[in-house]
Design a protein around this ligand. Sequence first.
Ligand SMILES: [Zn+2]
Length: 439
Amino acid sequence: MLIRRATLLDGTTADIRVGVLIDEVGDGLAAAPGERVLDAAGGTVLPGLHDHHVHLRSAAAALDSLLVGPPGVGTKEQLAQALCQAGPSSDGWIRAIGYHESVAGRLDRDLLDAMVPVIPLRIQHRSGALWILNSAALGRIGLAGHPDGRLHSADPSWSAGLPRRETNLARLSGRLTSMGVTGVTDATPDLSAADMESLQEAHRRGEFRPRIRFLAPGKKILHDDRLDLDALTVWISDCHRAGRPVAVHCVTAAQLVVTIAALRAAGSHPLDRIEHAAVVPDDTLTDLCDLGATVVSQPNFVAERGDQYFAEIPAAEHHQLWRIASLLNATVPMALSTDMPFGRDDPWAAMRAAVRRITASGAVLNSTECISARTALAMFLGRPDRPGRGRTITPGQPGDLCVLSQPPAAALAQLDSALVAATIIGGEIVYASRECPRA
Ligand SMILES: [Zn+2]
């Protein structure tokens, strides 16, 4: 197909011929007989956005799950009300997500039984690491005698008993492509080969249009109470020896410090990644630069959870949270992502958060870490395999594009998903807004 009158991010105008790859970029390209033409009318044409850290199955399930955390649900009364109004879904269960202790403290089966006595109910903690089940739910999965109903997500022994849910990947695909997303990296721990194959199969048959990349198997989640430098070093060495880069999830300062030490001892692979880096102490900046591992961050949590950070984290540590500018200044390779469904799935909202760092209540968290709109956008345009390296609109690049309704200056001023006029994957239009002019 031919895209006419495109404006590239550098301000130049061009026509773009795109198939599986970008074939031609030039002025006054003529449409071949029968060739589909899209008139960008001066709007920006970008490489399609890639969300570098997501959880696909959870995100699809979240589309029809009840949200029981802030800001929508903030008190125990609101939690009880939300749960009472919720009917069970087709599998007979209520599935709720996004819970945080600020709502009603530490949940257990007794608390849930008081609110939902009969229908099986499971609530996921916002961290994704924990589920809390009521007695009806525990009975269904053969754990009637469980002491408190708090079960770890990483433990497959109980989750195998859950009803199989038909997750709505097609709906998720529609949402993502409408925001210009043409690829995602699934960072779910412990994805089996069968899980990965079924997701790729959904992509091949067109149910899920964005391209899918997996972080598995070389990835690791750390736990503060079980940090073991030697074990982590051995694991990293083994992965590297097998030719596999690693992706280590670092949510706390302790996790980052141990990961840096382990990578130093084991040596690094050019494609190593550090996920989140939610807390970056000053003295780790040079180490991160030396290691060359790519940091994949989620600034959307500044907007989504910033008020909680202000309430719970000592002021002296605020400057360490979700840093971007100081990492870029230290020349650490970086990319952005949303961590959906644990973060909101809108990459444009994540970019705005990276630029403005404004919390829900309007406070600014650590303004020295703000970056420009252009930089924030570029951090969603990295290569799937090398998130810190940008893709470009040049012949030979993948035919995955995002067409905006506005030229670059206006688009960068707004950073809004509503600007996405069309999304193209492999030369095929997979989304077009109602206003998108087509010939
Ligand atoms: Zn994640």
